[in-house]
Design a protein around this ligand. Structure first.
Ligand code: ADP
Ligand code: MG
Length: 244
């Protein structure tokens, strides 16, 4: 039997007395898209950070495609085919947009030559709509373009499992649909995606399943329509003035 692309069991991360994540368990079959929603501070970014090696778990297990990568370093996780974006974008400031993507393309899971990496960087920049900005410094980019660069860097790793941390935040309404189209296209290519957002409409449109975090715990999970009709979910959102 094929293992799920991502399986998290009883994952807990404490910061002093605060349980940012508490006994969270999730399974994402290969090729599926999981939406993770929850109010600000509910543990969404912490979940991504623990799975991708940027934070150590306090307890629990992380399996990626059946392989135990609990507490592994970010680079080990990336080499296992996992890409991610950061909610607060983290480009290399001294490099151009293109060079930023090249770094990821060169050192990704597949150990590419410089020529192959250059071709991949060109493809990825075109795909996210940044071809015209390739020579710029990251600091010159608009909010939307900085998010596109963040996505391009993740895609340049050619991930099998991709975590997107609020990639729609700060986009204008007209910019959201193209971003959703790109997420759908990646899913259609077989990439397993975990998309974290507080824009609920977007999650419902692209996710096969939705998981709701609340104060570090799983409030509920299931098909998008059922989850969004759950009174506890509506209350959690209304309580944090995120209703849409
Ligand atoms: P979300 O992404 O859902 O908004 P986070 O995962 O960023 O939530 O944060 C969950 C909780 O953990 C919040 O209460 C936040 O303040 C806390 N937290 C996150 N990172 C740290 C950290 N490095 N040190 C201390 N507390 C943190
Ligand atoms: Mg967050």
């Amino acid at each position: 039997m094929t293992p799920p692309m991502l399986e998290v069991r009883g994952l807990t991360r404490r910061f002093g007395g605060l349980a940012a994540l508490s006994e969270v368990s999730v399974r994402v079959p290969a090729g599926r898209t999981l939406g993770v929603i929850g109010p600000n501070g509910s543990g969404k970014s912490t979940l991504i950070n623990v799975v991708t090696g940027h934070l150590k778990p306090t307890s629990g297990t992380v399996l990626i495609n059946g392989r135990d990568l609990t507490g592994a370093r970010p680079w080990t996780v990336a080499k296992a085919g996992v890409g991610r974006t950061f909610q607060v974008v983290k480009p290399f400031r001294g490099m151009s947009v293109r060079e930023n993507v090249m770094v990821a393309a060169t050192y990704g899971a597949h150990g590419r030559t410089a020529a192959d990496a250059a071709g991949l960087a060109t493809d990825v920049l075109a795909r996210v709509g940044l071809a015209g900005q390739a020579g710029r410094a990251p600091a010159e980019l608009s909010v939307a373009d900085a998010r596109r660069l963040e996505l391009a860097r993740a895609l340049a790793l050619e991930p099998r499992l991709l975590f997107l941390d609020e990639v729609l935040a700060g986009l204008r309404p007209a910019e959201i649909d193209p971003a959703l189209d790109l997420i759908r296209a990646l899913a259609a290519e077989g990439v397993t995606i975990v998309v974290v957002e507080h824009v609920v409409r977007a999650i419902v449109e692209v996710s096969d399943e939705v998981l709701v975090l609340h104060e570090g715990k799983v409030l509920t999970s299931g098909p998008p329509d059922r989850v969004m009709a759950d009174p506890r979910v509506i209350e959690a959102y209304l309580g944090h003035r995120y209703a849409r």
